[in-house]
Design a protein around this ligand. Sequence first.
Ligand code: HDE
Length: 719
Amino acid sequence: MDDPTRNNPTTAAGDGHLRADADSKDRQLEGSRVDIEGTHLTTDQGVRVDHTDDSLSVGERGPTLLEDFHFREKITHFDHERIPERVVHARGAGAYGYFEAYESMADVTVADFLAEAGRRTPVFVRFSTVAGSRGSADTVRDVRGFATKFFTRQGNYDLVGNNMPVFFIQDGIKFPDFVHAVKPEPHNEIPQAASAHDTFWDFVGLQPESLHMIMWLMSDRALPRSFRMMEGFGVHTFRFVNAEGRGTFVKFHWKPLLGVHSLVWDETQKIAGKDADFNRRDLWKAIESGSYPEWELGVQLVPEEDEFRFDFDLLDATKIIPEELVPVRRIGKMVLDRNPDNFFAETEQVAFHTANVVPGIDFTNDPLLQARNFSYLDTQLIRLGGPNFAQIPVNRPVAPVTHNHRDGYHQHQIYRTQSSYSPNTIGGGCPAVGGDGEVFRHYQERVDGHKIRQRSESFKEYYNQATLFWNSMSAPEKEHIVAAYQFELGKVERKYIRERVVEHLNRIDHELAVAVAQGIGVEPPAEADRPNHGQSSPALSQVRPGAPIATRMVAVLAADGVDEVHVTALVENLSGMGLLPEVLGLRDGKITTTNGSTVEADRRLNTMASVLYDAVVVPGGAEAAQALSRDGEAVHFVAEAFKHAKTVGAVAEGIEILSRAPIGEVMVATNADQPVNDRGVVTQGRGPDKNRLEDFCRVFADAVSLHRHWDRETDAVPA
Ligand code: HDE
């Protein structure tokens, strides 16, 4: 072993001081990596084989022989290649990176990874959908998991969160009921990865504590444009504990530096067919190209004495603490900068657990969290086949691990001591308990009471925050929510289930209830069942101008006869601004430009679709414009981008395609001097030169930074 630190990197300094750094996990993994270049094929036992294409048989046409150990081993391994998928969050994508603290949080927590500004800790993050199977599409309407494993010097800390800050239920004992209701129905296993069916909405109508979360699920948050553009939330109220043993309640947030953005519903359904791996591919590509996704870690801190200051219970996971009440303090940054080498070994076998905490971070009595603290280890015992899964490379802490656990399936360590119990003298009393400043001590909360099965009265208000969420939405976001309810309930066969949900909506907001009812054949309620309290929390809306445009994908449509100046200037300028333009040709290969030179098509238009891009632009060139305008797919591409409220650009003759696309009236530029931006349709007239195209690109990029042009969404576009 050439690098003595690689299997125990935290002791690398040799000074007894724990020294994890951002690369410590990577160095540790190096010991498990296998490269096959220059190797020979062997059996599991290391015996070389010279033939793997025919089994050993009696004569050329005779039966296969049992003694063919290579055949048996190959088939047997294959037969056992599958492990159970996660019972929820089965589909996911992961990446490595690091977390860097901005400041010392020592006043509130002894957690070492938050102890000083600049300290870097390696992380592994897995994003997931919840309801679908491992092979389901990425862009379904669902909650997204956002689970982070921090490999700290004090051991692994897992922040197992979601991209929504609340949950469907208040007590973990309801989790199997909830999951059974949302998963495909048991008689026919339909529908896959969708909540639009009877059992789910039956449950929702009978379990009104779910209503706040349902508002989030019906909102754009359930359709993230990218894992890189979603927030993350720890959901529960956790507890920081400092050196004096003082507790502080804490809610965790991840804030993406690219802003929070979503797809639109029609688009998500089309992407599910065009590229089922849309979110996974986006994450992979961004990291491969060096555009590392980043999030800031935010905390909302509540002193213990303020526990009862709110009109909801801090232990109720169906409630947020509005950011306007307790601001989110940003205390560090996470950067994901490395894709895994092997999906199964790393992303599939990673095991997160809410009970993986380090000194300085503790639980509260949130009954959902308490249940989770049981469930994760339990499910991993079966999923990963026994109690030694913490030794799987991706899961191994970089902190040293020594205990008296022995045996079990897949034990990889060879303990050389005769003792495996505590106390002992034979092993010199080791491993010894204690260790200054590094031990986990449970927060000493005083608790007493009777054993009862009873929900706290403080958990029994279900509508206020659902109303708060609704009130905080912009007009387009509200329209999307109404459309989502109509779609979902429209798939529910039983009318009484639809009616029951509308009754609940009428306690959230009367207008919402009426609007939904009108689309699903339910009698709209005559009057509100509860007055709307009128409060809102602006932080809940996603519609904010001026988001970063970096890594947004722009399709540049081209055909033979495209204007050479336009196509090259567009690609150069847009790339220079951080956008990712791709030239789509009517066929693969070289495209001949107006001046006889050629540009290479990045992709063929009909292998892609507008739903896979954030914006589209059509350069000038009379011949190209005509060819594109005659091509149904190209015209559809532009119309569909328009329908999904994306930025659409066209220059000079390229503008022709806008008149062919069924997009109604837009104002287009007629001269070369000024770009015109009509609700995100950016045009510039005849013959702009290279310099003027810079102006065009600037206006185009500004339009992209709005993400979508929602006021266009109501235009009837048949695409
Ligand atoms: Fe989970 N959850 N969960 N969950 N959860 C699992 O653990 C569970 C909940 C979350 O990428 C399982 O290893 C219960 C809330 C994520 O590997 C399982 C309850 C939140 C992931 C489990 C909840 C989550 C899981 C399935 C209610 C957000 C994927 C496989 C009491 C704060 C982690 C596994 C990954 C996975 C149980 C509720 C997030 C069965 C019992 C609330 C991100 O143990």
